[in-house]
Design a protein around this ligand. Structure first.
Ligand code: FAD
Length: 443
């Protein structure tokens, strides 16, 4: 690549998960010249896992993990906190049963890995084996739910149908006709989890935050030169855990689609409000129709609503305040449709986050250039996928062999090329609008 101006991440300042944490210690920034054995850019789930695994393989190696923002400020700290074992719908529909079993195995390996780290380092992040409800409001949602149940049967995965009354006894609303409960999902506080993972990295990983990399070049010796604001890193091997921003380094251009989705949450509900609503703490519900609404009740009793997708070609910018206000109003409608008696409870935060999807729903994993490796495009389920793909990317870079590595090679590939703008934007926006319209009863 070159030194052309690149888009840098610039997430909004209103992420509830991040705001609920204490102020972090001051960031260590990239300064001066550094020569390292491995550089990892992006300290989300993927980059954190890659840096940790490199250090496990090579405790003497010098490794830097660099992020433009603070850990937890990017998408990995602003998601809905579902660590999902089951691949999402498109992957579940894959014709090859072995493909699906491999995905399941990889996601479950990620969950086991995160669980081990949370327990070993006592990371305080509301980690919970809560499972997940997939909820349907009307006929459209119910049709999706039936399809999902067929897929679960084919896969041989356990699930349980939960009727309206039983569901209301947990989530405190009769809004849903029915849900399907699957037991393998874990819930967590995402900003707390990634911060905890960063604080417990092995000693030979140096974490540099507030250190945007603005240029990438190859020097005469074939090493990669990472250009920061006040310093440079030279390295023979570079790992990218930069999600959609991977394009900014000149790779996977026109193959990733930047999507933003949004969440709002309330203050913690009081004992009286919990009792009046009949709502229990610590559960998560995703929509049977994926364009619907995700609802979570956290362990500290905040109600979180997530819906709305936007195609964001200028993904280095957060959306305008007026757009966020509009989205918050939509979240409010979704909250009141479910919990009309909580009309007096305002949202305290509304935030968005960006991630990458691809048109053929394929994740990239592997080598992009001589000495440059990446995992990118998790299609929006990056807590588990980022963790396992980052770990295995490190294995791949050091030349380790494992069944899991074979599995991830078998299920990943090249995201397909996008049509040029403005066709792409027009197409994606109209698909998002159509999905939102069709799914309005599930919102
Ligand atoms: C509202 C919302 C809800 C979601 N819910 C879920 C969910 O419940 N479960 C789930 O699994 N997934 C969910 N997702 C998706 C999930 O958050 C992402 O898939 C995941 O965070 C991707 O992880 P990652 O490590 O690959 O990338 P990211 O978390 O995006 O990390 C990339 C990092 O690279 C850094 N970076 C980029 N460019 C540069 C540069 N030039 N220099 C230095 N650093 C750079 C960024 O600052 C960022 O921290 C959700 C996403 C959103 C927005």
């Amino acid at each position: 690549m070159n030194n052309r101006a690149i888009h840098l991440p610039h997430d909004d300042q209103d992420c509830g998960w991040y705001a609920a944490l204490p102020e972090p210690a001051p960031a260590k920034r990239l300064n001066g010249q550094q020569q390292v054995d491995y550089a990892v850019i992006g300290a989300g789930f993927a980059g954190l896992a890659a840096a940790r695994q490199l250090a496990v393989h090579q405790p003497e190696a010098r490794i830097v993990l660099i992020d433009a923002q603070r850990v937890g400020y990017g998408a990995s700290g602003r998601n809905s906190g579902f660590v999902i074992d089951l691949p999402h719908k498109m992957a579940l529909e894959h014709p090859d049963p072995e493909h699906k079993q491999r995905l399941l195995g990889l996601n479950r390996a990620a969950i086991a890995q995160l669980q081990g780290l949370v327990e070993h380092h006592q990371i305080d992040c509301q980690w919970s084996h809560a499972g997940k409800y997939q909820g349907a409001v009307g006929p459209r949602g119910l049709a999706y739910l039936e399809h999902f149940e067929r897929l679960m049967k084919e896969l041989g995965e356990p699930f349980r149908s939960v009727e309206r009354e039983e569901l209301a006894g947990v989530i405190g609303t009769h809004h849903y006709s029915r849900a399907v409960y699957t037991p393998g999902c874990y819930l967590m506080q995402p900003a707390a989890l990634v911060r905890g993972l960063a604080e417990t990295l092995p000693p030979n990983v140096e974490l540099l935050e507030h250190s945007p990399i603005k240029g990438l070049q190859r020097d005469a010796q074939g090493q990669w030169l990472l250009q920061g604001v006040d310093g440079q890193v030279r390295t023979p091997r570079l790992l990218l855990g930069t999600s959609i921003f991977t394009q900014e380094f000149g790779y996977l251009r026109s193959r990733l689609l930047p999507v933003m989705t949004f969440a709002s949450w309330t203050r913690p509900l009081t004992d009286a409000e919990m009792q009046a609503t009949g709502i229990l703490p610590d559960w998560g519900l995703t929509p049977a129709d994926h364009a619907g609404t995700t609802v979570r009740m956290t362990q500290d009793r905040r109600l979180m609503i997530r819906n709305t997708y936007k195609h964001v070609p200028r993904y280095g910018k957060s959306v305008s305040d007026s757009t966020r206000q509009e989205i918050r109003s939509g979240h409010r409608r979704a909250l009141l449709a479910r919990y009309p008696h909580l009309a007096h409870v305002d949202f305290t935060h509304t935030w968005g986050g960006v991630y990458a999807i691809s048109r053929n729903f394929t994740n990239f994993f592997g080598e992009l250039d001589d000495g440059v490796y990446a995992t990118a495009c998790d299609n929006g389920v990056g807590a588990a996928w980022g963790t396992i793909s980052g770990t295995l990317l490190a294995d791949r870079v050091v030349g380790a062999h494992s069944q899991r590595l074979q599995d991830i090679h078998a299920v990943t590939g090249m995201p397909s090329r996008n049509p040029p703008e403005p066709l792409l934007g027009l197409g994606v926006r109209s698909r998002i609008r159509l999905a939102a319209w069709n799914s309005r009863s599930e919102l």
